[in-house]
Structures are given as structure tokens and as C-alpha cells.
Design a protein around this ligand. Sequence first.
Ligand code: ADP
Ligand code: MG
Length: 548
Amino acid sequence: MKLLDITEPGQHSIAIGIDLGTTNSLVAIAENGHARVIGGLLPSVVAYEKIGKISVGEEAKKNPLAIHSIKRRMGNAGEKIDVTGKKLTPVEISAEILKVLKKRAEKLLGYEIKKAVITVPAYFDDTARNATKDAARLAGLEVLRLINEPTAAALAYGLDKGAEGIYAIYDLGGGTFDISILKMENGVFQVLATAGDTMLGGDDFDREIAEYLGCDLYEARRKKENSSKEFEKLIAPYIDRTLQICADLIEDSGIQKNEIKGVVLVGGSTRIPLIKKRLKELFGDKILSDTDPDETVALGAAIQAENLIKGSENLLLDVTPLSLGLETMGGLAEKIIQRNTPIPFSASQEFTTYQDGQSLMKIHVVQGEREMVSECRSLAEFVLSGIPPMMAGTARIKVIFVIDADGILTVSATEETTAKAQTVTVKPSYGLSEDEIEKMLREFMENARADITERLLKESQVEAEIAIKTVNDALEKDGDLLAENESKAIESQIASLKKLMKKNDRDAIDFATAHLNKICAPFAEMRMNRAMASVLQGKNIDAIAKKL
Ligand code: ADP
Ligand code: MG
């Protein structure tokens, strides 16, 4: 029988920071702004042994069927992975790593841990972020906040303390390379831009060295860590590639190289002396490498965890990596939140109905940079129903996008005249892999010009369509107002506009639409007069004057 619940003093106010890495993971804790790691690196490797035993870390590595780099698959949360007779999701597998990290930290600290800040790559999308939170929940951890890895690294360097300006975080791990550019202003962190290569890292160096020496990968890694000049030749092309990515990102983001005040080195592979040397050539003498590159991210997460627990006014800002928007007429994507917008963030836009008496409106949420919905990624779709019958163009449907501090999107739509609302939290079952995000951005760059042309053409076609519909409706109601030759002229203009709409000449479509509107102007006036006359009929002039 339990008589008393004895709690350690201060126990409630403890939260750890976790760097849940592709290759290695690490836990840290901060007390009074001072962060330290607890336990060493845990290889992010999980093995499902026979008889139901699960091993994680060094021991798992011995199993040839062990699962490596599960983090790469977090964006594909619905995936089922075969493990000795069972099918498990990336979330379940990742949870095993977190369970071990939690247990190990509890043993070393001597009390239970329930809360954590976990780091994720800046480009992780909704699915991968939600999946990371789910994995933590499975491991018995409440996630206080997900923060971007480069942001955590910057925090660990104390760049929040009065540092103003732009910093770069160069992160070269076992399997991935990331470069992020952060801006710090009044303690606000903003990720300005990120780039990288999801298939470049220390593993490549191991492979090259093993091939060169004719040894196995373990041997190669040992040799690498004593890094000799001999090996630098082998790995130089990879390092060149990371520098090229840095240079491209700087150019793409429009930031001047001399605006960058410091470059923080993160990731085990940045211990290789050649990297520092080459980075100095690119950035000059401002390479910051005075913390252990394995620990930086976890230490930053721990500092953020303490800040959140102590309720300090926290102004950490991360960004959303891809634009978010809605499908509009003609299959166009209307961006509501632009990529690289700091989060948390909300934005809204008003839409209206297209047809008289329209009672439903489809809200299709998409992600990506391209102009056409078909080229973007579909995140969610829902229908706002029960719009009261109104004339086309009079309903006011307000769509609100909210991204929370963890980067998770909620979309709601409200018909404002009746306050009829509908909301979805976007939790797509299939996420984007890091490669896919990269691919989407690359395609966007390559197609930007053609996309704009296509968008403008589509817009012209939609405008023409609306003009034709409006005129046809009017002809049906009040066509009798027109002389035969007048209605013939309008009909033939409609016919030639319809023909033009099938072609790709935007100017011709615009011209024909404008011409249709022009020749219909007298007709519109006649209709207005008729409407006025019917209102006035039988009414006392004084009564009308009172109303005006
Ligand atoms: P991740 O962030 O992907 O989990 P890490 O930052 O833990 O990865 O980096 C792991 C990589 O760092 C491995 O490829 C490892 O071999 C490499 N590494 C660690 N120490 C050294 C060293 N002294 N010299 C060269 N490479 C190193
Ligand atoms: Mg890492």
C-alpha cells in the first residue's frame, strides 16, 4: 500500500533537451542557464532481436538486421517496416530510442523525467514533426517544444545573449549535411534559409577510406578519427560539395557573405581539420568551434527546456520551410503563408462564392512553391457546408491558417455573415522526405518562369469564364431588352472568346474579355434601369426619398 507520494524538490520543474539524431542521439540538462550532457552519445540504431527483445545503441549495431537512420523516415509516418515478424511504423521505432534516452537519463539523475524539448531539422514538415511528438508520447515524454537543430546550436553558443546579426550553422553529421542561416535580433531567432544534402556525411568518408585501405567500415572510422593528410584527398570532393551548397544558399537568400558574423560548427564530422580550413577560405576568420560539435544541439535543447519550464519570456522563432496555401479556381495555388515565414504565425484571407446559391465550398490546403495545385503537395481537404443561399460573390468566407510554435498547421474556414465554421488540423498521413522537400524547391527554381506564365494564362482564362457566365445569365433574364443585332454581336463575341480560351495567348484572351465587357456596357445600363423601374413602380416618391 502506498501511503505517501514523495517527490524530489524541484522535480516537477525538470525537463531535458534531446538531440534525436540520424546517426547519434544525446540528452542534456540545464540548471540555472548552465547546460551539461547526461550520458554519452547513443547510436540511433534499433534492433528487434528474437524472443521479443529490443536493443538500442552499440548493442543493436551488432545485429545485421538492425534499423539505422529511422529519422529519415519520420516524414512517412504511415510506412510499415518489417521487423522480425511484426510491422512497425517509424514512430514506434523512433520511440525505442527515446525510451532508452529517457531511462538512461533518469538513472543518472536519480529521478523521473516527464518533459523534454526535442530538436528536429529546420526542414522537417508537419508530418515529421507530429511523428516526432508521437514517438515522444509513446516513450512517456511530454514534448514542451520542438525546436530546429540550428536554432538549438545557436542557443548553445549563447547567441541569444545580446548577439545581433546573422549567423550560419554548418552541421555535418553521419549521413546528412545541413546549412542554416539564422538572424538574431533582440533575442529573437529567425531561420532565414536552410539547405543541405540528405545523403552526404561521415558515412561517405568511411566508405571512401575503407575502399582505399581495403578494410572494413569500423576500421575506416577509427583511422578517419585520427585524420591524416592522406585521407583528406579522398574526402575533399565531399567537402567541396558542402561548400558549394553554402555558397549557393548565400546567393539564393540574397545575404551578403560579409553580413555573416559567425559560423557555428555542429556534427561529429566537423572535427575533421580540413573542414575548418576550407570554411575559413569561404567565410574568413569567424568560425566558432569552441563547444564539442557532438553536444551543441542537445545543450541548446536543454537551455530551451529550462527557459520554458521557468516560464521565461521566450522569443525563439523558427520558420516554415515551404509555402502553404489554398486551391483556387482553375487549379491555381494561392499562397497564404510564404515559405521562410517565422512561426508561430497566422494569416487569413477572404474568399467568396462563385455561383448563385452556392452552399458548399471545398477548402483544399496545399504546400509548395509551384503555381499549379497539381505540382504542389496536397495536405488536407475539407468542405465548408451550410453557406446560406446568396448571390455569387456576396458570401464572405474567411480562411485562417495558424502555424503553432512546433510548426504544426491548423486551417479553419468561417462563413462570416452566419459564423458557420469548420476547422481541420493538418495531419497528413504521408509526409515528405527531406529529399522530396529538396526536390520540390529545386523544381520550383527550375520552373519559376514557366509557372508564372502558366498562372497568368490560367487567371486570364478564369476571368474570361466568369465574364461569359455573367453575360449569359444576364441574357437569359433580360435578353429581351436587346435588339436582335445587339444580342447577335454579344453572342458572336462570346463565341470568339470561347475559341480563344482554348489557345495559350493570354493577351488575346484579355483583349477579347475586355471587348466583351465593353460591348455589354450599354446592356448593363439597360438592366440597371429596368431594375430601378421595377423598384420604383407603385411606390410613393416620398417614401423612397426617406429611405435614401
Ligand atoms: P547525426 O547528427 O547525423 O546524428 P553526428 O553529429 O553524431 O550525426 O555525427 C556522426 C558522424 O561524425 C559519424 O560519421 C562519425 O564517424 C563522425 N565523427 C565523429 N568524430 C569524428 C572525428 N574525430 N573525426 C571525423 N569524424 C568524426
Ligand atoms: Mg545532428
